[in-house]
Design a protein around this ligand. Structure first.
Ligand SMILES: Nc1ncnc2c1ncn2[C@@H]1O[C@H](COP(=O)(O)OP(=O)(O)OP(=O)(O)O)[C@@H](O)[C@H]1O
Length: 264
């Protein structure tokens, strides 16, 4: 069976006062296309460390990872992170409007390529424009509006200042920004923390919508199970254990029932 994402030998050692401390060692994990897996466990057990390791954002972790059968070494870290996207708990929305905040990944990509000795085709094409203007051309407001509307965010005005958004709106804008980059794997680190039940449900429904289209999603959650995950995997004492599997159909395109075998 081919998983979208597979990791093995995942090890994390953080600096301690006298010596380093092992948070986990030799963990295996895999996820199928369109699957939602919940990652649970006590505070400090290493859940965030594991997700940031998967996204190659954790300098204290290492292991072998594959995306659609290709080893991580075949990707630049930037390419990897655009496909295996980490969404942090706290929504970081910069810019003077929601639209600008959503375009940030595009603006950064353009900034990163304009300084290189060999400019990309895109940067040559738009080289006379500012990175913000180039980002706007690549991701027009109409597309952002249509995406927000399609995930039930009609209440979010693109011209609004990000700091004026409610917590629930900010969480949904942050999620929409990552979804627009179309990662194959979304690593959602407690993105519903601090939200009321209604907003947490909205965020969960948006992710389920994208899982139905084939996105694979790992959610760190402290809330009770909401029935959307095909597996719940617990990290405790450095050990990853599958604690529960339900019969949710994992995606229309996969057309298979989950829960047949443990993959943690
Ligand atoms: N950069 C670091 N330096 C030292 N210790 C670290 C570092 N990063 C994480 N840790 C430690 O690693 C352990 C795991 O942290 P992590 O945030 O991954 O846990 P968690 O399960 O996500 O916790 P929570 O549920 O509270 O968010 C903790 O003891 C934390 O203090």
């Amino acid at each position: 069976m081919q998983y979208v994402f597979a990791a093995s030998g995942m090890t994390c050692e953080v600096p301690g006062t006298d010596s380093s401390r092992t948070i986990f060692k030799g963990l295996r994990f895999a996820i199928e296309r369109g699957e939602i897996v919940d990652l649970v466990g006590p505070s400090g057990s290493g859940k965030s460390s594991l997700l940031t390791a998967f996204a190659q954002l954790n300098p204290h972790a290492h292991g072998s990872m594959e995306l659609e059968g290709r080893p991580a070494s075949e990707f630049t870290p930037q390419q990897w992170r655009s496909q295996v996207a980490y969404l942090p708990q706290k929504a970081l929305l910069t810019g003077s409007t929601v639209a600008e905040a959503i375009r940030l990944p595009w603006t950064l990509r353009i900034r990163n390529t304009t300084g290189t000795s060999r400019p990309s085709r895109l940067s040559r094409l738009f080289s006379r424009q500012s990175p913000a203007a180039q980002a706007k051309a690549l991701l027009p407001s109409e597309r952002i509006r249509a995406t927000l509307d399609s995930i039930g965010c009609e209440d979010i005005d693109l011209d609004r200042a990000p700091h004026d958004l409610s917590g629930g709106q900010a969480a949904r804008v942050s999620l929409a920004r990552t979804l627009l980059t179309e990662p194959k794997v979304l690593l959602a680190d407690e993105v519903d923390a601090g939200l009321d039940d209604e907003n947490a449900e909205k965020v969960a429904a948006i992710m389920a919508q994208y899982a139905d289209r084939g996105m694979s999603i790992v959610r760190i959650r402290h809330r009770p199970p909401d029935g959307r995950a095909s597996r719940i995997v617990a990290l405790d004492g450095g050990v990853l254990t599958e604690t529960y599997a339900n019969s949710r159909k994992i995606s229309q395109s996969n057309n298979r029932e989950d829960g047949q075998e443990a993959r943690a």
